[in-house]
Design a protein around this ligand. Structure first.
Ligand code: NAP
Ligand code: DHK
Length: 546
C-alpha cells in the first residue's frame, strides 16, 4: 500500500501560479460518426468546453472518409481526438502506423487536441517528424487500471511525460482507497505544465470534482449515465448542476459525506444547493471511505472543512474527533464533523434532533388536540437497529420520556444499547411477536429497505398492526415498503426524508457557523425532490436565500 500523502502539505495553486479554469470535456463514444457528431452537439448544449472523439469506439471507422465530417467547421466544440489501443484500455486493435496516420490527419483537419499514449509517444513524434500544427496541443497520456503509484513514482512518470515534449500531461490511475487521490492532488499542484490528473473508480471520484481546486487542466463528464468512458465518471450535468464545477477554485472549501456505501446519499445535492444559495465558496462531495482515521489524517488541510458521517463510520467518528459534543458522546455516534479554526476536529450528532422532532411533529399532525408535552412521553418506543442512527433515536426517545426497547440483528449490540438507555433488548425474531400494548412507536434504523433492496422490510405487515406510529430512517426511497405497509395498517408514518432534511439543517449550521432559516432550507430541500427541477439562474450566483 503506497504511503498516503497528507493533503495538508498541498498548497493550492492560489499560492502558486494562477491557472486557467479547468475545462469540462465530454467523451463522444458512439459507434457511428453521425451519432458521434450528434453527441458533440449535445455536449455543447450541456455547456461542455471540449468534446473527446473516441475514434476507437467507431465501428468500421475510415479516417479519410469520416474525419473530415467529424472535424468539419464550424464545430460545436473544440475537439480532443483519441484513438485508444486495446493495450491501453481502448478498443483499437491494429498496428500503430494506421492509427498514427489517423491522428496526423485529425491534426491537419484542425483538431485542437490529440491524445497519444506515453508508451508510443517517441515513436509518434518521429512519425510526425515535426509536422505537428502549432495550434494543435499534444496530450501525452498514461493510464494505470490497477492502482495509484507512490508520490515518487508519479513524479517520475510526470518527468517522463514532460520529456516527450508533451503540450499537456495526462495521468490517469486507479484508486484502491480514497487516500490514493491525495497523491494525485500533490502532482497537480506542483506540476509546472498543464496537466490532466484523474483517479478512476468510486474511490477516486473526488479527483474528478476537486481537480479544479488543485489546478487540473481538464476533467471528464459523461453525456449521460451509462455513457461513461471510464469507471465512476460523473455526468457532465452533475458536475455543472450538482457540484457547481465552474465555481470551484484554489480557495474553495471542501465538505462531504463520509460513508461506505455513499452513492445513495442525497446530501451532495442538498448541501451543494444550500452553499450555492448563500453564495459560499464551498463544494460538498461523496467520500467513499474504508478507514476513517486514515482518511481524516490524509485530508487534514483546513480546506477540508467539514463532513457528514454515515454507515458504518458514526461510532468510529467519536474516537477520531479531537472533541465531541456531550450529547453525541452520550449517544456514542457522530454524524457531523467540523474542522475548527484551530484545526481540531469537533464531532456532533444532528441525527437525534432530526429524527425525534420529525416523529413528534408527525404525531402532532395526526392529533386533533395538542399539548406542550412531547407526544412521545410515556409511549413504548421500539428501535430496530443499534448503530449510529439507532443510538441517536434511542437517546432522543428516552430524553422525551418514552420507554425504549431495542431490537437488533446482533443481539449483543441490542443488549449493549438497551443497557445504556435502561430498557429491554429483543432479537429480530422476538420482535415479530412483540405487542405488549397498543399505540406503540416503531423506528427502523437499519439499512433494510434502502435502495436497491427496496422490497426488503424489517418487520412483517402482521406485526405492524400493533404500532400507532412508524418511522423509517431509510430515505431512499422516500416511501419504503415498511412505511407503505404501516400506512396500510392505519399507522401514522414518518419518512426518513423528514429526518434527513432536519439533520442536514443542523449540519449546515455547523458547516457555515450561521443560523439556517427553517422554511427556506425546507423549501430548498423540497425543490430538490427532483434535482432537474431545482430552479437556478444559469451562470448567475443566486442571492443568499438561507
Ligand atoms: P450503522 O451504524 O452501520 O448501523 C446499521 C444498523 O443496521 C445496525 O444495527 C445493523 O445491525 C443494522 N443492519 C444493517 N443491515 C441489516 C440487515 N440486513 N438486517 C438486519 N439489520 C441490519 O448505520 P447508521 O448510520 O445507523 O444508518 C442506518 C440507516 O439509517 C442507513 O440506512 C442510513 O442511511 C439511515 N440513516 C438515515 C438518516 C436520515 O437522515 N434519514 C440519518 C441516519 C441514518 P448489526 O448491529 O447486526 O450489524
Ligand atoms: C445519512 C445520515 O446517516 C446522516 O446522519 C448524515 C447521511 C447524512 C446521508 O446523506 O445519507 O448526516
Amino acid at each position: 500500500m503506497a504511503a498516503a500523502m497528507s493533503v495538508s502539505a498541498v498548497v493550492p495553486p492560489a499560492a502558486a501560479v494562477a491557472r486557467a479554469r479547468t475545462l469540462l470535456c465530454v467523451p463522444a463514444t458512439a459507434r457511428a460518426p453521425r451519432e458521434m457528431a450528434a453527441e458533440v452537439a449535445a455536449a455543447a448544449a450541456l455547456g461542455a468546453d471540449v468534446a473527446e472523439l473516441r475514434l476507437d469506439r467507431l465501428s468500421g471507422f475510415a479516417p479519410r472518409r469520416d474525419l473530415p465530417a467529424l472535424l468539419a467547421k464550424p464545430r460545436a466544440l473544440p475537439a480532443l481526438v483519441t484513438y485508444r489501443p486495446k493495450w491501453e484500455g481502448g478498443e483499437y486493435d491494429g498496428d500503430d502506423e494506421p492509427r498514427f496516420e489517423a491522428l496526423q490527419l485529425a491534426m491537419e483537419l484542425g483538431a485542437e487536441y490529440v491524445d497519444i499514449e506515453l508508451k508510443v509517444a517517441d515513436k509518434f513524434m518521429k512519425f510526425m517528424s515535426g509536422k505537428k500544427p502549432e495550434k494543435c496541443k499534444l496530450i501525452v497520456s498514461s493510464h494505470n487500471y490497477d492502482n495509484t503509484p507512490s508520490a515518487e513514482e508519479l513524479g517520475s512518470l510526470l518527468a517522463q511525460i514532460q520529456a516527450t515534449g508533451a503540450d499537456i500531461v495526462k495521468i490517469a490511475t486507479t484508486a484502491t482507497e480514497i487516500v490514493d487521490v491525495s497523491r494525485m492532488f500533490q502532482i497537480l499542484v506542483h506540476c509546472q505544465v498543464p496537466i490532466i490528473g484523474l483517479v478512476m473508480n468510486d474511490r477516486g471520484f473526488i479527483s474528478r470534482v476537486l481537480c479544479p481546486k488543485f489546478g487540473g487542466y481538464l476533467t471528464f463528464g459523461s453525456l449521460a449515465k451509462g455513457k461513461e468512458s471510464a469507471p465512476a465518471q460523473p455526468t457532465a450535468a452533475d458536475l455543472i448542476n450538482v457540484y457547481n464545477i465552474r465555481q470551484i477554485g484554489p480557495d474553495t472549501r471542501v465538505f462531504g459525506i463520509i460513508g461506505k456505501p455513499v452513492g445513495h446519499s442525497k446530501s451532495p445535492i442538498l448541501h451543494n444547493e444550500a452553499f450555492r444559495s448563500v453564495g459560499m465558496d464551498a463544494v460538498y462531495v461523496p467520500f467513499l471511505v474504508d478507514d476513517l482515521a486514515r482518511f481524516l489524517t490524509t485530508y487534514s488541510s483546513p480546506d477540508f472543512a467539514g463532513f457528514s458521517c454515515t454507515i458504518p463510520h458514526k461510532e468510529a467518528a467519536v474516537r477520531c474527533c479531537d472533541e465531541v459534543d456531550p450529547i453525541a458522546r452520550d449517544i456514542g455516534a457522530v454524524n457531523t464533523i467540523v474542522r475548527r479554526s484551530d484545526g481540531k476536529l469537533v464531532g456532533y450528532n444532528t441525527d437525534y434532533v432530526g429524527a425525534i422532532s420529525a416523529i413528534e411533529d408527525g404525531i402532532r399532525a395526526s392529533q386533533s388536540t395538542h399539548s406542550t408535552a412531547s407526544p412521545l412521553a410515556g409511549r413504548l418506543f421500539v428501535v430496530i437497529g443499534a448503530g449510529g442512527a439507532g443510538k441517536a433515536l434511542a437517546y432522543g426517545a428516552k430524553e422525551k420520556g418514552a420507554r425504549v426497547v431495542i431490537a437488533n440483528r446482533t443481539f449483543a449490540r441490542a443488549q449493549e444499547l438497551a443497557n445504556l438507555i435502561g430498557g429491554p433488548a429483543l432479537t429480530l425474531s422476538e420482535l415479530e411477536n412483540y405487542h405488549p400494548e397498543e399505540g406503540m412507536v416503531l423506528a427502523n434504523t437499519t439499512a433494510i429497505g434502502m435502495h436497491p433492496n427496496v422490497n426488503d422490510t424489517p418487520l412483517s405487515k402482521q406485526a405492524l398492526k400493533s404500532y400507532a406510529v412508524v418511522f423509517d430512517a431509510v430515505y431512499t426511497p422516500k416511501e419504503t415498503r415498511l412505511l407503505r405497509e404501516a400506512a396500510e395498517c392505519g399507522a401514522t408514518v414518518v419518512s426518513g426524508l423528514e429526518m434527513f432534511i432536519r439533520q442536514a439543517m443542523g449540519q449546515f449550521e455547523h458547516f457555515t457557523g450561521t443560523p439556517v432559516v427553517d422554511n427556506e432550507f425546507r423549501a430548498l430541500a423540497n425543490s430538490l425532490e427532483n434535482p432537474c427541477t431545482a430552479k437556478r439562474t444559469q451562470g448567475a450566483v443566486p442571492k443568499p436565500r438561507l
